[in-house]
Ligand binder design. Sequence first.
Ligand SMILES: *Cc1c(COP(=O)(O)O)cnc(C)c1O
Length: 402
Amino acid sequence: MLDINNIEFFGKVETPFWFYDMDLLRNTVEKVASLASRYGIDVHYAVKANEEKRILEYIASKGFGADCVSGNEVMNAIGCGFPAERTVFAGVGKSDREIAEAVRAGIGSFNCESLQEIYVINAMAARLGIRARVSVRINPGVDAHTHRYITTGTYENKFGISDHEFSDVVTLLKRCRWIDFTGLHFHVGSQITDVREVFSLVCERVNPIVSYFEDNGLEVGSINLGGGLGVSYEDPDGEPMADFETWFGTVASGVRRREGQTLHLEPGRSIVAQCGTLVSRVLFVKVGETKNFLVLDAGMNDLVRPALYGAYHKIENLSARLRPNLPQSQAYDVVGPVCESSDVWGAGRLLPLSVRGDLIAIRSAGAYGQSMSSRYNLRDPAPAVYSDDMHGARLRTEYFQE
Ligand SMILES: *Cc1c(COP(=O)(O)O)cnc(C)c1O
């Protein structure tokens, strides 16, 4: 939680910056680790959600594997302490260089998304003289009831292999001498909040598909249900932890596992979203024709989710906490400085009366925040500040008061 001590410290720091609550990260990771051992589920952290070294090293130290979607992610994850054999590489478009590096690194599996990809990996493994482990990503045709940009498991999406190709996949895998088939992979989308409903449906689709592959002579060693567990963007303090219990319970009871078969999950967002806050300052208060604007020094290049997905993030005026008893009564359009009309943090947000220099927290920003940031408008990358040691912060050197 952001307390008064944080706020006083934040006042000395140059904004915008990412603040990571490491206690919350540890509590979350420990919760997941304990459920994983209770249900016998193997957890791989989806590194694209947040790739800060310190966060990766901590998660790796807790015995998680890594789910990667590029060659650089694979090499970075291994460099941060994830064992190569517990690192998997997914994605529809792996380049030759990425495949070769990952084969050489001896990763746990390539999650293949097309027949041609399986063929190419086999050929490259043969050339390198190193066997490659491959699992097959299936498109289960399940709608995750989430935003269309983060739905991945319907037939409209580019991801995975669909039913009509199953028999060709089986034939091809049997012919590939440089490939060891390890299992099946399913990932239907992200920010899934109907957890029980969606994952029960996924399990109903997964069981017959696993049987099909085994009946056709391919041993499915691992069943991987991907990630996708949603978090509460509305109430990060009330619900700091995602509903891991329901998720683990639903998949553990829904997937039929035979002796020796492992079950995998790949949470990204639900591990890191709530521990991160983007801390910003009000640059200007602008009185418009029909509305008032708060112009912040953080923009869509820092956190693109609102502009990209229309995503909601809770916005708080931290400085107003030090001015007691101010009601949340002013409606502001809270906007960023980037030259795009979509650079809006929230329209018509009710906040206490806000003034130039106020610290503004954009909450639940730990996932797909810093990792998706860019330097658009040639803006400086916002640095990370960790609750454990706040010395890394760049202190403010100069500023002007009105
Ligand atoms: C992005 C991704 C995940 C993580 O999804 P979250 O919604 O962040 O949990 C898991 N698996 C694969 C293959 C992914 O691409």
